[in-house]
Design a protein around this ligand. Structure first.
Ligand SMILES: *Cc1c(COP(=O)(O)O)cnc(C)c1O
Length: 391
């Protein structure tokens, strides 16, 4: 299969559409059947075989978006991550993982890998050398996540691709934060691209799904496990996900623009002491980000100046909701200390550069003026309570 060469929004809207031959409807029909007529030994259609009409169609769209030959859709991002990792690891093998990765991936490795006899090393930093020095004789996979959560650190895709080729091991990326709109890791030599489709692909905080995109050969290998592990997604949700992805290009570009605007506003603000956003020239990885991303994404983090209470600030926001998840069209904030990194000690968090007052901001598609007005009124409230407290 040749990678699709159409432009982003055309791929989002059209690639992989199913034709409604019966009624000539404008959109893909939804096939909910779990039972199909037997065609031959190789084509037995069944949801858990990942080959229902809606699944196959949406996989084409996702593969086209990631410039890969093939893709698979899963019931969650973690199902995609687990199945992809296990397809390339077995007892006696070793994996190198970036030090800061999604909490669920960290828990999978930390809580489950010992019992499968798979050993692992987390890097000390984000530089290519930090990865290469951890590689052992039995290392089979390098796993990265860029931009990272919550400090939006950027890992060098090209360098990681080269290291993995040099050592004959498979490189994998969790590409969720960037989305395929902003970053296509295969173009930089990364082998396996994983998404929590719950985030930017779904984009409306109402779908839980995952995806993996790679070469036909790698996807075939992951598929062999996938049908045994059984983490497929319902066709109804697949159909909803297809609809969501139609607007992903324009949604994410709007979120890129809003996030840039919010990052610049926060950066200039006297009550904000730190802003982490790869689109700011002050970000240590700005140049690297620019070299491998088409947009800097909708995620950023910031710290309030000393004396401001971060949780009071979050409670005072009216338009911007406090929410665990991210990447929806609505803006949300969360405290990593209270959620994704709650299980770490203050010391461990400090080691990772995560201060207790850090706020992660998933920027939506609202008018930026309204987001700014909301932040201003919330700062005003906590500023007032701060003055009262000192008297
Ligand atoms: C949410 C998330 C996941 C896990 O996805 P689920 O769909 O919740 O299983 C993995 N990686 C990143 C970066 C995420 O944000």
């Amino acid at each position: 299969m040749k990678p699709n060469k159409k432009g982003l929004n055309t791929i989002c809207t059209h690639v992989g559409e199913l034709e409604d031959k019966q009624f000539k409807g404008a959109i893909s029909p939804l096939y909910m059947s779990t039972s199909y007529a037997y065609e031959d030994v190789d084509i037995k259609r069944y949801p858990r075989y990942f080959n229902t009409p809606n699944q196959e169609a949406l996989c084409k769209k996702i593969a086209a978006l990631e410039h890969t030959e093939a893709a698979l859709i899963f019931g969650s991002g973690m199902a995609a991550i687990t199945t992809s990792l296990m397809a390339f690891l077995q007892a006696g093998d070793h994996i190198v993982l970036q030090r800061t990765i999604y909490g669920g991936t960290y828990n999978l490795v930390n809580e489950e890998f010992d019992k499968f006899g798979i050993s692992y090393s987390f890097t000390d930093g984000f530089q290519p050398d930090d990865f290469e020095t951890k590689i052992q004789e039995n290392t089979k996979v390098i796993f990265i996540e860029t931009p990272s959560n919550p400090l939006l650190t950027i890992t060098d895709l090209k360098a990681i691709g080269k290291i993995s080729k040099r050592h004959g091991i498979v490189s994998m990326i969790d590409n969720t934060f960037a989305s395929p709109v902003n970053q296509n890791p295969i173009d930089f030599g990364i082998d396996v691209i994983i998404h929590s489709a719950t985030k930017y692909m779904g984009g409306h905080s109402d779908i839980c799904a995952g995806a993996v995109a790679s070469t036909q050969e790698h996807i075939e290998r992951i598929y062999q496990l996938a049908k045994n592990f059984g983490g497929s997604l319902s066709d109804y949700t697949i159909w909803l996900l297809e609809r969501s992805i139609k607007t992903m290009g324009i949604r994410v570009k709007a979120q890129n623009e809003n996030a840039q605007r919010m990052a610049e506003y926060l950066y200039e603000h006297k009550d904000i002491s730190q802003v982490y956003y790869p689109g700011l020239q002050s970000h240590p990885n700005y140049e690297l980000g620019k070299s491998q991303m088409k947009g800097f994404g909708g995620m950023l983090s910031f710290e309030l100046s000393d004396g401001f209470n971060a949780s009071e600030f979050q409670k005072s926001l009216e338009l911007i909701k406090s929410s665990m998840s991210l990447a929806g069209v609505e803006s949300t904030v969360i405290s990593p200390t209270l959620t994704s990194h709650a299980l770490l000690s203050t010391e461990e968090r400090k080691e990772q550069g995560i201060k207790d007052g850090l706020i992660r901001f998933s920027v939506g598609i609202e008018e930026p003026e309204d987001l700014i007005a909301d932040i201003e009124q919330a700062l005003e409230k906590v500023r007032y309570s701060r003055v009262v407290a000192t008297h």
